[in-house]
Design a protein around this ligand. Sequence first.
Ligand code: XMP
Length: 430
Amino acid sequence: MKQDMIVILDLGSTENTVVARQIRELGVYSEIHPHDITAEQLNELPNVKGIILNGGENRVVDGQAVDVDQAVYACGCPVLSIDHPTAKCQQRFAAIPGDEEMKKFVFDICNAEPNWNMKNFIEDQVERIREQVGDKKVLLALSGGVDSSVVAAMLIKAIGQQLVCVHVNHGLMRKNESESVVEVFKNQLHANLIYVDAVERFLGKLENVADPEQKRKIIGGEFIRVFEEEARKLEGIDFLGQGTIYPDIIESGTKTAKMVKSHHNVGGLPEDLKFELVEPLKQLFKDEVRACGVELGLPESMVYRQPFPGPGLGVRCLGAITRDRLEAVRESDAILREEFEKAGLNKKVWQYFTVVPDFKSVGVKNNARCFDYMVIIRAINTVDAMSATIERVDWDVLQRITDRILAEVGNVCRVCYDMSPKPPATIEFE
Ligand code: XMP
């Protein structure tokens, strides 16, 4: 293994990620693990040089104070504790130590080398994946999103043709998105890729369904069914690759922290389809996932793309989805993205997209009355997606986008700009 590692054990701190990032910024790889990791599991982790017991306000779970397996103290690594009452460690702090004190622990006491970088991380993960998978096969749902794309590239590097990728085109992808997944993964990286055209199936199920939650349920549920059908056609698959990243784990709740929201990529598969998970990104933060993707050779457009919700354009074609409005969303979104890129806004604005409501308004085209749809442009900035402010897009840029949408997108006679912050408006409309 290339990298040394400091292990952070979560004993109820709300700041595990702060400590993990602090150590990585010192150039040393760090991983966060639950407090009840056994000494054996700890010994199986590669190159552990030191352990940090990170206590805090969630230390008491169900009336019981959590503690570590006492054998952890005997595993031979120096132990530092933060806000955790133990006498058996080399160093104790009441709060997160400053950089100088942390450096002393990491380099002087643990003798760790500052060898954390993406190249070494990838080499180590490739080795760990090969060890875990052996000569077995791994199945992966490849949506084309950042996380699944980076996992795919990592798994291709590690196990090549033993990886089977399934890309489901549910008809709610952005313009040319499915095509670019096939181009990059099948044609350039020679992945074993199964492309499933499920457009008619999804649109059929969604016909006349106007309720947003119902739409989301149908899209999510149908996705699992299509994926399951493909999985059943394949033989000899023991593993499921997942693009889980560290923030997903936090949001789903750790053993000491409460759940924020349920999170799954391909959760919900039936019980008899049991796979062991391969999650090589699960210790990474989003910016590190992107850096990993670039290092693995993925195109920047794929790695630095803006967030895109699982239900895709389905939640931007408001109300009951119709094909003409879905096309209007797709085409106007493509124009918006093109013009934002030309204006350099793609690097500045966190998320931007168009929506098409399910009502028409009166207009005039070619000297005659028309009754056509409306496109709403939304462009927002945020840190954590919990709250957001709108981007004050330059008037000329907005004018150009409007002119192009009105000229190039059928059935549209009006373009509006959404001025609403979150709260009270959410980022998406449904
Ligand atoms: P809202 O609309 O709740 O969105 O303000 C916050 C962020 O989450 C994205 N979003 C989703 N992401 N699956 C996802 O992976 C979803 O179902 C989903 N719904 C919303 C949204 O695009 C925004 O970035």
